[in-house]
Design a protein around this ligand. Structure first.
Ligand code: GDP
Ligand code: MG
Length: 173
């Protein structure tokens, strides 16, 4: 039975480009044979992947995956020892991952993907996470300046990025 790997993350963390580039390498006719991973089961539906690689081939960015675009890309790779890994990549999912946390609710589709996976590959871009501001890293006058913004965030129930990721991981577990 193949190991199940679920690839997920919030919007703009590079999921689409990662999967597009991985797929292009695995299917490169000249070079694929020399790579450590071989594709053993290709995606059954090529619509989403074609959309991505077409743009990459034109030298363009893959573009933002609209959240209405309900397409799961999945394919299986094997390493040289024959260990199979089935990748599941819900490409539409950046905003959906955010709404899992926002709504504090896991839809049945997600529940199935999350619980069937042996492992999750969670994409995070640390350089885009704003450091938390508190008395240990900011002066008091700075914190006073930040007060109106903090009040607004609190009123809207916004989570800081670190809190979002902690909450997301708790929910996935
Ligand atoms: N520098 C850099 N930018 C990347 C990389 N992967 C993606 N990006 C850029 O990050 C942005 C979001 O990437 P995308 O794959 O659409 O993210 P997704 O929303 O998680 O699917 C796009 O502007 C990409 O061009 C990478 O490996 N390096
Ligand atoms: Mg995407």
């Amino acid at each position: 039975m193949a190991h199940q790997l679920l690839i997920l993350g919030g919007p703009h963390v590079g999921k689409t480009h990662y999967v597009g580039q991985l797929y292009l390498r695995l299917t490169d006719k000249r070079r694929a044979a020399q790579y450590a991973l071989q594709m053993t089961v290709p995606p059954t539906d090529l619509t989403a992947i074609n959309h991505i690689i077409q743009r990459l081939r034109e030298g363009r960015s893959a573009g933002h995956t609209p959240s209405g675009f309900n397409e799961v890309i999945s394919f299986t790779v094997a390493d040289r020892q024959g260990q199979q890994v089935a990748l599941t990549f819900p490409d539409y999912a950046g905003e959906q991952v955010q709404s899992l946390v926002r709504n504090y609710l896991i839809p049945p589709r997600w529940q199935e993907m999350i619980s069937q996976a042996n492992e999750w590959l969670l994409f995070i871009r640390p350089d885009e996470i704003k450091p938390l501001e508190d008395v240990t890293n900011r002066s008091r006058s700075h914190l006073v300046e930040q007060r109106p913004r903090a009040k607004e965030a609190l009123a809207q129930g916004e989570l800081s990025a670190p809190a979002f990721y902690i909450e997301l991981l708790q929910m996935l577990r």
